[in-house]
Write a protein that binds this ligand. Structure first.
Ligand SMILES: O=C(O)CCC(=O)C(=O)O
Ligand SMILES: [Fe+2]
Length: 340
């Protein structure tokens, strides 16, 4: 038997500034994740509860009602994602999840600097689920506040002013997903997954899992380990942008969702910078000419995940002025793993 230490911080340590920024960064470096407890003031237990209740009600509604909010009919990538919207993951044995996606809710401001991502704009909510808009907006705002606190610690730990990133999170490319894994009878083995192995595309992901299923890859032992679920806690996973900013000191956590046949709900919030933010390695981690634009990296990745987006771009309905395939970034001294 292996005994595993689980990194867990109390959110009060972050708000009260008793958690050293170096400790947070060292934890992300060593584990790629940490749990956050003590969230009652930041995310009241009744908000977690109504989030799940809204998800249950929405996903239980007739397919016709859900498809009225189909993401493929949205002009800014918001709404319902059916199980058929299958991404290019060769290890997804049984894709049995559906989702509902929202983002930063803002009136469409039009293209800026000629960069027209079409991922920006207002959210769209089903009118037949009472309270869903209020709950999701409140949950999004709570996660964004928590994400901002974590990002400020990361800034301090990287020898930057605490508010360094604040100016880049005015219209963040941060999405929130409600995910519903359907109960199913597909016979599975220990390695069968319903969401294929991937890293998340943003700075970090703040996940609330209602039940187990998430597994993370431990680079040291080269094994997959289950991520336990603790009531009213959040799990924070390092993503691609943090790996890029830290020059690979913090690696994005490779993770996947194992098939169990059981119904499951999960709510990831992907903390990101503004779409047009051009990022480079932070000075304390080294020097490189390489630049990545947050929205371009995100869109490049989303095109792998969403056939409807690929079709729109391939058919010229969404014109983009950059190379979608060229969004793979290189970390100096590290070979980029092959994406499945
Ligand atoms: O279902 C989960 O717990 C994780 C979902 C996930 O990894 C994702 O949406 O990127
Ligand atoms: Fe993920």
């Amino acid at each position: 038997m292996t005994i595993r230490t689980i990194p867990m911080f109390d959110y009060a340590e972050i708000l009260g500034r008793t958690l050293a920024p170096e400790t947070l960064l060292e934890t992300l470096r060593a584990y790629g994740y940490f749990y956050l407890s003590g969230l009652d003031a930041a995310v009241p237990p009744r908000l977690f509860k109504s989030l799940k209740e809204n998800a249950e009600t929405f996903f239980a509604s007739p397919m016709g009602a859900k498809l009225e909010y189909y993401i493929g009919h949205s002009s800014n990538h918001r709404g319902y994602v059916p199980t058929s919207e299958k991404g290019a993951y060769s290890d997804e044995t049984a894709r049995v999840y559906e989702a509902f996606d929202i983002g930063h809710d803002v009136a469409w401001p039009g293209a800026r600097d000629g960069r027209d991502y079409r991922l920006i704009g207002p959210n769209r909510y089903p009118t037949h689920v009472p309270g869903m808009a209020e709950t999701l907006e409140a949950y999004y705002a709570a996660n964004f506040r928590i994400g901002t606190q974590i990002l400020r610690l990361i800034a301090r730990g990287s020898r930057l002013a605490e508010d360094h990133f604040d100016r880049y999170t005015t219209r963040p490319a941060s999405q929130l997903r409600m995910i519903h894994y359907l109960p199913n009878d597909v016979v599975v083995g220990a390695d069968d997954v319903s969401m294929g192995a991937h890293t998340d595309y943003e700075l970090f992901t703040i996940i609330h899992q209602a039940s187990p299923g998430l597994a993370a890859f431990d680079r040291k032992t080269q094994t997959w380990g289950a991520m336990p679920v603790f009531k009213n806690t959040l799990l924070v996973l390092a993503g691609d942008m943090l790996e890029f900013l830290t020059g690979g000191v913090v690696r994005a956590l490779l993770h996947r969702v194992v098939s169990t046949g059981e119904e499951r709900y999960s709510f990831p919030f992907f903390m990101n910078l503004d779409f047009e933010t051009e990022v480079s390695i932070l000075p304390v981690y080294g020097k490189s000419e390489q630049r990545v634009v947050v929205g371009q990296h995100l869109l490049g990745r989303l095109c792998r995940d969403f056939p409807y987006l690929r079709a729109r771009i391939d058919e010229g309905r969404w014109r983009i002025d950059f190379d979608l395939q060229g969004q793979e970034f290189q970390i100096p001294g590290q070979e980029r793993r092959a994406q499945s």
